[in-house]
Design a protein around this ligand. Structure first.
Ligand code: MN
Length: 304
């Protein structure tokens, strides 16, 4: 089992801990990005205020534990999201969106944002947005399992996915132990959002991501009190995955072209109503952007 600590980062004036991608683990199935935000007191201060910015080749998945955010996008969507709800935006060939605090600010903000890499079938397709006001729940002996994405315990989330993928939030109101069934075809990762949890006997504090390659049939999950854990899984990503800034593509050229279109005001329909200014693209790094799919259980690809 691999354990990696999430890395501090800043997004739109808010401090986050980035659990994916990290140097040793870049993807879990098609999950290719995971930021853990808060819990922060947002009564005062600027953030988070993430003005209009572009995405390509990925789905954004937003899940809150506390507070509220308002999503706006180039399809004309304006959608508040609160705990227990899921926002899924499919970028396809390109969409811009913004995420801001609502006018009536909550006191606390706590949540996650994830990205799912899109396969060739949807990667260059039309953008889309889905808001799910509630999600199915499975009881697991003292743990409540919310099925954000995919299928678990015989229930399926209505969230649109294009590759074999699972995303669960497990919450315990008090000390509890359970055996979480896993699909052995998938690789899996878990991130503690609240409380103290042991996974297969390994004690975990907040913001430590643990992961396993395919072949596992279950994980033993135990908390010593109230706890909240995010569990992700998916079949190992095949094919190229070039990630830079907010853009995902199959090649350097795809990502560079998307950046160029954002800079020129092309491709991405404007976002209306965000109180935050649009975000400028940083300069491309020197050299070619390359596909990297690091995980300890993955074979190192041949050079060339
Ligand atoms: Mn975004």
């Amino acid at each position: 089992m691999l354990a990696v600590d999430a890395v501090p980062a800043a997004v739109g004036g808010a401090r986050v801990r980035r659990a994916l991608p990290t140097r040793r683990l870049r993807t879990v199935g098609a999950w290719c990005f995971l930021d853990h935000l808060g819990p922060d007191d947002v009564t005062a201060g600027a953030g988070p205020a993430v003005g209009p910015h572009p995405h390509t080749g990925l789905q954004t998945v937003t899940w809150l534990v506390a507070g509220e955010l308002v999503h706006r996008d180039g399809l004309g969507t304006e959608q508040p999201i609160r705990p227990g709800q899921l926002n899924v935006m499919g970028a396809g060939r390109g969409i811009a969106h913004s995420e801001d605090l609502p006018t009536a600010r909550p006191r606390w903000l706590h949540g996650t944002q994830l990205w799912v890499a899109q396969p060739p079938a949807t990667r260059t397709g039309a953008p889309s947005f889905t808001h799910l006001p509630e999600l199915p729940v499975v009881d697991a002996g003292g743990w409540e399992v919310r099925v954000l994405v995919g299928e678990h315990g015989g229930v399926r989330s209505p969230a649109p996915v294009a590759t074999p993928l699972v995303g669960l939030e497990l919450t315990a109101a008090a000390a509890a132990t359970t055996e979480v069934p896993l699909d052995p075809a998938m690789e899996h990762a878990a991130l503690v959002l609240e409380g103290r949890v042991a996974l297969d006997g390994v004690p975990l504090g907040a913001d430590r991501l643990v992961a396993d390659g395919p072949g596992r049939h279950s994980w033993a999950l135990a908390s010593d009190g109230p706890a909240r854990v995010l569990l992700l899984g998916g079949t190992p990503w095949e094919g190229p995955l070039v990630m830079w800034w907010n853009l995902v593509g199959a090649s350097h050229e795809e990502v560079a072209a998307a950046r160029e279109d954002w800079v020129r005001g092309e491709r991405f329909a404007p976002v209306v109503g965000s109180p935050s200014p649009p975000i400028e693209a940083p300069p491309l790094p020197g050299g070619r952007l390359v596909s990297r799919l690091a995980a300890p259980w993955r074979a190192v690809p041949a050079a060339g």
